[in-house]
Ligand binder design. Sequence first.
Ligand SMILES: Cc1cc2nc3c(=O)[nH]c(=O)nc-3n(C[C@H](O)[C@H](O)[C@H](O)COP(=O)(O)OP(=O)(O)OC[C@H]3O[C@@H](n4cnc5c(N)ncnc54)[C@H](O)[C@@H]3O)c2cc1C
Length: 375
Amino acid sequence: MDKNKIQVIVVGGGLAGLISSICLQKAGVNTLLFEKKEYPFHRVCGEYISKEVKPFLERMDLFPDHLKPSELTRFQLSDIKGSMAEVDLPLGGFGISRFQLDDFLYQKALNAGVKVKTKTEVSDIVFQDNEFKINLKTGETLTSEFVINAYGKRSKLDKTFDRPFIQKKSPFLGVKYHAKVNFPKDLIGLYNFKGGYCGVSHIEDDKVNICYLARRENLKEYRGIAEMEEAILHQNPLLKNIFESSEMLFDKPEVINEISFERKASVENHMLMAGDTAGLITPLCGNGMAMAIHSGYLASSSIIKLFEGELKNRNEVETEYQNIWQKNFSKRLWVGRKTQNLFGNQMRAGLSVKFLRNFPSIAKSLIQQTHGEVF
Ligand SMILES: Cc1cc2nc3c(=O)[nH]c(=O)nc-3n(C[C@H](O)[C@H](O)[C@H](O)COP(=O)(O)OP(=O)(O)OC[C@H]3O[C@@H](n4cnc5c(N)ncnc54)[C@H](O)[C@@H]3O)c2cc1C
């Protein structure tokens, strides 16, 4: 193996990209990661991570214990009018901001020997003569044997690759705040409002994450986010109370548009797709971060198997990854898409609350179906 040659280029330094590049480099595979932003930075995310990934992170010395993530063990659901029910979470999770977590993993990637180029955007990738040509926005071109695309839920690259999901307009937007507010430390709240739902839970340093998914058509009726929140989210008395008693810690909220939950391919033109690039699970499942970590690990493992001689060629790497991705994630994504329909509508949300209250063990097993096995 030529140690100086770039063997894998990873595009995107969120959880999927950082984890895959750390795993590859630790296994002796020469890896270069491109991230278009500069760490640390905020992202729209509920920042609740399912515990299924904790043993893996601990094994790899990647669990940020020193940042003191919150421990989340209870789940509360409300309908639009504020009627609620509660269950203990089957597995539970922890809360930590992406501002801290991604920066911590970035430092870990550097320590592992990953070459990381921040503030560098990849503009195109072409597969030719059994290798990849990666074009940067700066005009530079690099080559590598493998590419892992972990550039998130939506990127200009999706248009460049002409991926089918990008043709469809998505009605959803996401909004996030960090706040100081009196809220139970061990609770994750999911509160419905007309056309959407809002998650509330603790992260590190006594801060609370308030993050919601709304329909863009809601926003169009009002002059901005604040007016929409007052008119629509505050109709739920629980949300009204949380918003009104919160001291918001950002000057303005983090906002993203065009969030698509459509199906995507896990391998495209020989590139392995990881995290949201392979499929975004609906946020109500609270599982996208765990899936990004897990799929980053699986994508890197498939490539490592080739370098270690367990797989014979590129074709076997692609088939291995496609199969293992399907086995681990496709059912969860499907359940997520189906349950999303229960939210944002008073009648359906009201029925969900009654269901949670009257059949807590069945509800727990449904929650489990959107989560994976501990690994
Ligand atoms: C409203 C909302 C709430 C959510 N809440 C939760 C939650 O509570 N718990 C949970 O587990 N999941 C949640 N999720 C899902 C979770 O945020 C994602 O699944 C997770 O962030 C995916 O990680 P990733 O590494 O795939 O992508 P990302 O974290 O999005 O990282 C992709 C990176 O690629 C970079 N990039 C993009 N294009 C390029 C390019 N061309 N060149 C170089 N770099 C590029 C971007 O700058 C970015 O840093 C939520 C999602 C939404 C929308």
